[in-house]
Design a protein around this ligand. Sequence first.
Ligand code: GLN
Length: 282
Amino acid sequence: MSSTIAELLSQRNRLQALSDTAALDTELLLCHCLQKNRSYLRCWPQVSVSNEIEQHFLSLLARREQGEPIAYLIGERGFWSLDLQVSPATLIPRPETELLVEKSLALLSAYPRANVLDLGTGTGAIALALAREKSSWQVLACDVEAQAVSLAETNRRNLALDNVVIIQSDWFKAITKQCFDLIVSNPPYIDREDPHLRIGDVRFEPRSALVADNKGLADIEEIIVNAHAYLSDQGWLLLEHGYNQGEDVRDLLQQGGFNHIFTNQDFASVDRISGGQWRCAE
Ligand code: GLN
């Protein structure tokens, strides 16, 4: 006798200890297995599911119980207005990273056309969100990992965005000199010893996308030191960073010769992004 939707959802208790969103997680896994949305689960709690779907659901639930992130189990995550495919080869896009998109749009609001570079694009989240908002902008996105480049390209194709080019590059190494109006990045910035790396979703994400030397600042510094050669006069550099790195990043921007330096906070009211403008007179 196969189980009903309501019976399968009652297994949410298995996730209680692990997740603050046990009921939602369980629904998302079942939606994924059924290829239906959450309203369907509400409308049809007494419908029986096939044995095959039940087995698939139970196997995903067991993996979730071991801590695997929902986004990797269902292979997708929403970011900005986009549905993105994700894989364990890249970081899972975070809501706080949408602040980079918001600020990029605000900084370049007066530019009908803009050339933008997204360094370490991962799923392509930032580049694709900007390209979707501004069809007249040209966006170049890069990642050092071949698997990330191919995932970002899949997302680009699925979204039919033809104003984005995605290439493999270790930061600026494969970028030919161009005058970008904006360079934006969510680089790795977590300290190797940070205890947060031992809890939650980050345990399953690629270390190379999370962790940087020099208390998490090494990649941020590399980007800041090299960016000016790729920025147009008055071009902006905009970076995500850790909650406690705002002051360090502002100092690095200042030492690097940037002006109009700022930090913005995310919805949790912690420092999350900083930026500056290249060589613009005060
Ligand atoms: N914000 C992420 C976290 O703290 C890390 C993202 C990153 O390193 N770029 O989990």
